[in-house]
Design a protein around this ligand. Sequence first.
Ligand code: SRM
Ligand code: SF4
Length: 550
Amino acid sequence: MAELTPVERIKAQSRGLRGTIADSLQDAHTGSLRDDDQQLLRLHGSYQQDDRDIREERRQQKLEPLWRYMVRVRLPGGVATPAQWLALDAIAREYANGSLRLTTRQTFQFHGIAKNGLKPSMHTMHDALMDSIATCGDVNRNVMASSNPIESPAHAEVAEWAARLSEHLLPKTRAYYEIWLNGEKLEGTPEYEPVYGTNFLPRKFKAAIALPPSNDVDIYTQDLGFIAIVEAGRLVGFNLTVGGGLGTTHGDATTHPRLANVAGFLAPEHLLAVAEAVVTTQRDFGDRTNRKHARLKYTIEDRGLEWFVGEVEKRAGIKLGAARPFAFDTHGDLFGWREALDGTWHRTLRIPAGRIIDKDGLPWLTGLRAIATVHTGDFRCTANQNVTIAHVKSEDKASIEALIRHYRLDAAEGSYLARHALACVSMPTCPLGMAEAERYLPQLTTDVERLLAAHGLADEPLSLRITGCPNGCARPYVAEIGLVGKALGRYNLHLGGDAVGSRLNVLYRENIDEATFHTVIGEFFAAWRQERTPGERFGDFLWRTKRLPG
Ligand code: SRM
Ligand code: SF4
């Protein structure tokens, strides 16, 4: 029988995710944690990283790498109050690198926190009713939900379900409170984990709720998804989706992105039981011997969807109904002021690659702090790395708009392409990055905009997503143009996603440089302009005219 992966031993022996993190934190001789604790730290929502830009310089100086910590906040549905925003802003300035980073899973990350800044950061979050529990590691991560606030009564319900789902799938261990918040120390046996058991999950696990017609959460890329079904203005239930996942490894044909299957329909009151059944089935049958084969998508492929659904139904004690009809019209965000049903207003701000920082004459961190100081509604992080200022009263709209303009928070709302492009973090913090992503995005969008304009296609709807490696953190495999890092300055080019995130693109060219990318895309734009049917999207055009393999 194949051996369990080393991470399995670390989780099993961790005494409910405690390990020796508390001792590791005390060690003033190094900015690092002990090896096993670095793994466990993830389940507390943090990764140990080093600044790759200065890695070599530090090595030459015989210094240890500049160890710093990324911390990811748990924020179901991406909803934050102004008080929470101010707490996050304070952490960004006092303990992190002066930036707040909106992620592709509707939450915030901090980068650059030193070891001794971790506890005060967790305290600041806790005081504002936030935490980072289970935002990383082999557990259910931040639960996403369609983020446009109150455009129908179902929006509020969906946000509430996301919070309930997040709570339901949260580990029960008190380790987080003990280690970070000076909670009482556990004596004896660790807490019983009804959902996770002692070994937690074989791998990371992701859940989201989509509210058609928006697929902003990219439901087909999630391990577990619920598509809200609204009939006669009422939320009547959800279609269940299972087995989406994007991570791959270059050169390893056993790994691949996969879109989720729509498995059936369930009433709202069964959502938690069904979610738990999906998670425990994956807990019990997921591959714990090979982390590259451990996601739910492979469990379903190996055992079959029918078997999987049967197991879930047995565990949840219900039979799924036939999936109900639904239709998506976008997986992007909607910009500009929009009125909600309750008469309040919201406006989504375009934040390229989600990086909120005061830089290059754009004082965005300061500007959003100023807004949070006076705002009486809330903020919504979107799955597309943007932020919505939500629930603005009619009488406050003009003053919020004035702040947006004063702090130039509308500066990035250029072309359709620029408003919708996504980039993962990659350099200099991500240890897995092979090529630039976030830092290359401004140049990349400018170049593609120029090529579009050259062919008379300026402002055509087009999705562009780039990642620094094949893990897929900016979900590049459902973009019309996806660039996936291979080496510095080199990318695999994927083409052919659709407008709503329901089609995987395909690998078109491997390991190409910038100049080749411009040539290939320029030629395709020329053909698209000439041969497209009215309004035809780029991805659809490439498939219809058989320009893509497969
Ligand atoms: Fe991710 C690992 C950043 C969304 C697939 N991801 C990482 C790490 C933690 C690198 C590491 O393991 O050391 C990156 C930290 C970089 C940094 O410096 O901050 C990282 N992932 C991100 C974020 C911040 C990208 C962003 O630009 O917003 C996103 C944080 C989301 C959140 O708030 O929880 C992020 N990652 C995703 C997504 C998209 C999604 O979840 O909707 C995916 C693809 C969907 C999926 O999971 O299949 C994704 N990340 C991965 C993988 C590949 C997993 C796999 O099944 O193979 C890894 C590597 C791993 O797990 O071994 C990874
Ligand atoms: Fe890092 Fe790769 Fe994820 Fe980008 S896609 S953040 S390079 S793991």
